[in-house]
Design a protein around this ligand. Structure first.
Ligand SMILES: [Zn+2]
Length: 476
């Protein structure tokens, strides 16, 4: 007989910070360089090399901590986490175990049942490992140390989430906070944001935590949702059959929608942590912390409230516009140019969202300028082009960031307001469509719509429909 089970989920989220250089050396963090070109003795683990901490890493970590209501550890330290793996040239990772930079935070998420708080246990700073490339054709493996030493923060939540929906809401919340801070682009596909899911189940109403597993290799929100659902079911099935859940790390294969064990889960003691002897403690003075606090930008929740108040936008619009930093920036910059918030909002909410969806793009990938969107809005407002032409021109603005004013001029797309020329076209349309004309005269009001359409077609969409309507009525 199946009992009710409660799912308990905590997340470990790794975020690559947007610094130009690595955490302990001056090598570039740029994504996609030729293998082993962003490497020096420090980040390739040469004996005798010494790490020097990148100040910007501390500032980003503290900024994320402040934005997630953490207490900042003003004297924090680094520790060595020892393990052997071929992508880790030092055979240890410099991380933080005993005194992480941020602790005891929380964020509020929106769930189907209302608002909920998810606790943040800690945020620590650490270095990333290199990357292994397995060449099945040559039957060998290569290692690329470009990523070795790229700065990471790891955000460890409390086990406060109960469903896949809550996990996604929490991740979206974190992603928005971090993107708004400019601390990372948080792209799951490129690995600049990675989430490991710790999950256990327990009989509903009990408080003792069940044995948890950790799932890795989750590189999209959809994959995370599927993996959570799958693992929850797997553990319940084991318990129902009276078999134990084994504490282990599992790898999710999203194509097969199946996870398999990678290794039994190590505890902290397996890593033989000890204080990093090559780095002094990090002291964040009151003054430095205050400087970081002063630099905090307006975050999503504040922006959302301001959009509704300052621009009188509905909640729905404000939510979409602030759902990415890129969209919010584009909105504000365009409004600053044309002073028409509702019009700008409409272009972003309708046509922009449609094209993003159609082309499977993220808002961050949009490349058109606020100047060109503002120009397009001005063209429509001034009656220079009509709505249909505007949508066509916008597709080109969206795709190639063209100058809409120049394009409209060059292609002769201005609305035909020359009534004499239009009158001639309308007369021809009337002569060519005797049936519709007769219908209209016999009281079929709708027939005029067809004649408007035919006239629009004859002017290649450039005419002002209101003017055509008036002319038609006059001539009929
Ligand atoms: Zn280096």
């Amino acid at each position: 007989m199946s009992r009710e089970y409660e799912t308990v989920i905590g997340l470990e989220v790794h975020v690559e910070l947007a610094t130009k250089t690595k955490i302990f050396c001056g090598c570039s963090t740029a994504f996609g360089g030729a293998p082993n070109t962003h490497v020096c003795p420090v980040c390739s683990g040469m004996p005798g090399s010494l790490p020097v901490l990148n100040r910007q890493v501390v500032e980003y970590a503290a900024a994320v901590g402040l934005a997630t209501n953490c207490t900042i550890t003003q004297c924090c330290k680094f520790d060595r986490k020892n393990y052997f793996y071929p992508d880790n040239p030092q055979n240890y990772q410099i991380s933080q175990l005993y005194l992480p930079v941020c602790r005891d935070g929380k964020v509020e998420i929106e769930t189907a049942d209302g608002k909920k708080t998810v606790g943040i246990h800690e945020i620590h700073m650490e270095e990333d490992a290199g990357k292994l490339i397995h060449d099945e054709w040559e039957d060998c493996s290569y290692v690329d140390f470009n990523r070795s030493g790229v700065p990471l923060i790891e955000i460890v939540s409390e086990p406060d989430m109960r469903s896949a929906d809550e996990v996604i809401a929490y991740l979206e919340k974190l992603r928005l906070i971090i993107q708004y801070l400019g601390a990372s682009d948080c792209k799951l596909q490129e690995g600049s944001m990675r989430a490991d899911v710790n999950l256990s189940v327990r009989p509903a109403g009990t408080s003792k935590l069940g044995t948890r597993t950790e799932m890795k290799n989750l590189n999209s929100f959809k994959a995370i949702a599927r993996a959570v659902e799958n693992e929850r079911r797997r553990q319940i099935e084991l318990l129902e059959e009276g078999r134990p859940v084994v504490q282990e790390t599992r790898r999710w294969d999203d194509n097969k929608e199946y996870s398999y064990p990678m290794r039994s889960k190590e505890d902290a003691q397996d890593y033989r942590y000890f204080p990093e002897p090559d780095l002094p403690p990090v002291v964040i003075s009151d003054q430095w912390l205050e400087e970081i606090r002063q630099r905090q930008p307006e975050l999503r929740d504040e922006k959302l409230a301001r959009y509704k108040e300052e621009y009188m936008l509905p909640d729905y619009d404000a939510k979409i516009l602030t759902s990415s930093k890129k969209m919010a920036d584009l909105f504000e910059e365009t409004v600053a140019l044309c002073q028409k918030p509702k019009k700008v909002s409409n272009w972003l909410m309708v046509e922009t969202m449609r094209l993003l969806k159609e082309q499977e793009m993220e808002p961050e990938d949009m490349a058109f300028s606020p100047e060109n969107l503002a120009k397009l809005i001005e063209l429509v407002e001034a009656g220079t082009i009509n709505g249909t032409i505007a949508k066509e021109v916008f597709e080109l603005v969206f795709r190639d960031n063209i100058d809409p004013a120049a394009y409209v001029e060059e292609k002769g797309l201005k609305t035909e307001n020359d009534t004499d020329a239009l009158r001639e076209i309308v007369e021809k349309v009337i002569a060519d469509n005797p049936q519709s004309v007769a219908d209209y005269r016999n009281g079929k009001e709708k027939a005029i719509g067809f004649l408007v359409g035919q006239t629009m077609k004859a002017t290649r969409g450039k005419a002002n429909p209101a003017v055509i309507n008036q002319l038609l009525k006059e001539l009929l």
